[in-house]
Design a protein around this ligand. Structure first.
Ligand code: FE2
Length: 396
């Protein structure tokens, strides 16, 4: 009797970025095979709290001695194959399957990783709710606050559909868009949300001027000032000018009706470390300003029990057991290594010793964030490649 022909699948089995993200944030038995070119692999890769062992073998090597190349992949683990868009990795996953390996292709590759967001509730009471919006590929955080059906987004990120779905789910109207500063590492969603949803976008006017070009913003925004307050349902929001990372950076201190307070720090104090002072090209001048902000303004005016909600993280283990990047300010005065230099001169020396290289893309991203440049989607994705480098280098 003739044997039935083997069924050859045309595409490899796939895994979505959502499923992969879940798996790499708990102990797992995965192995990541990244088949992009080495320079792309060096600039960024998939990571989580439990990043699997990862190997880079460019896909074209699988056109050569397949047996030899496949043998470089260890046995006994499920292999997740990753490329830029999910095409070349599909081919490699099929090659692995043909050699008897268990392999899945990451659907849409690094594009999916770059656009992946996780939204977690921080607090959900009858009077108010706060959600932390995480973009793991960039280490970016933003926050949505809702009270009495009204919403504010602090540091909105670029993929604005995520916020629109959350607000629709929660039946909340967007009233305010607040940026802690003009970001250098990622494109803000502030202007896009202002245009689409009609909510007022606020930025401090010092950050409405490009620090290198000295050109003013060409898109309309409302001006933040120290001491300004907003009411959002039962929440009170107070603006505290916190210069140093940028000259126009502010923090938002939010008081809730249950007595809790939340300090949205942007790139001022993080869970580990704090924001570098040199992204405007003025590291030596602005390092003392960071000192005055942290050990003067914040220490003297923000209650220690306030929850710090930062704009970035450098490591996944900065999150608590619920995956939230949040800690009381009093704990950070003790635990945040960057804050252990309370002497002014020692602090400034420490900061200037810890400045990572500044990516050139950051100058252009700052242009985009005040409307001076309007790149298309492909160019914007390229500008945003890799993790943020907004903290001092010992945070990495
Ligand atoms: Fe920043």
């Amino acid at each position: 009797m003739a044997q039935a022909p083997a069924i050859v699948s045309e595409t490899a089995q796939e895994i979505t970025i959502g499923e992969l993200h879940k798996q790499i944030n708990r102990p797992n038995n995965l192995f990541i095979l990244d088949v992009r070119n080495p320079d792309e692999f060096e600039s960024w890769r998939i990571e989580g709290l439990y990043t699997p062992e990862t190997l880079n073998i460019p896909y074209f090597e699988f056109f050569e001695d397949q047996e030899e190349v496949v043998n470089r992949v260890p046995y006994g683990k499920e292999v997740i194959v990753v490329c830029a868009k999910g095409g070349a990795s599909d081919f490699v996953a099929l090659v692995l399957e043909e050699h008897g390996r268990q392999a899945r292709n990451l659907t849409d590759g690094m594009i999916a990783w770059g656009e992946f967001y996780v939204i977690r509730p921080v607090v959900e009471t009858k009077a108010y709710q706060i959600y932390q919006v995480e973009r793991p590929a960039r280490g970016c955080l933003s926050h949505v606050l809702i009270s009495e059906g009204k919403a504010v987004i602090i540091d909105p990120l670029r993929h604005i559909e995520r916020y629109k779905s959350l607000l629709a789910d929660k039946d909340a109207d967007l009233e305010l868009l607040l940026d802690t500063h003009a970001h250098a590492d990622h494109v803000s969603g502030g202007f896009a949300l202002q245009e689409e949803m009609g909510a007022a976008y606020y930025l401090h006017p010092y950050d409405g001027i490009h620090p290198f070009d000295m050109m003013p913003a060409v898109k309309p925004y409302n001006m933040l000032a120290d001491g300004m307050t907003f009411e959002l349902g039962e929440l009170q929001i107070r603006v505290i000018h916190t210069p140093g990372h940028t000259l126009g950076q502010v923090n938002f201190l939010v008081s809730a009706p249950d007595g809790e307070s939340y300090l949205f720090t942007g790139d001022n104090i993080f869970i580990e470390s704090f924001g570098r002072p040199d992204l405007g090209g003025q590291g030596e001048r602005w390092a003392p300003v960071v000192y005055e902000t942290i050990f003067g303004r914040i220490k003297n005016s923000v209650p220690g029990q306030a929850w710090v909600m930062p704009g970035h993280y450098a490591r996944f283990d900065e999150a608590n057991d619920d995956g939230l990047f949040i800690k009381r300010l009093d704990d950070l005065w003790v635990e945040n290594q960057g804050l252990q230099h309370a002497d002014r001169d020692e602090f400034i020396g420490y900061v200037l010793d810890q400045l990572p290289k500044m990516p050139q893309e950051y100058i252009e991203i700052k242009r985009v964030n005040i409307g001076l440049s309007q790149p298309d989607e492909a160019m914007t994705s390229e500008l945003e490649l890799g993790k943020n480098i907004c903290a001092l280098s010992d945070a990495y």
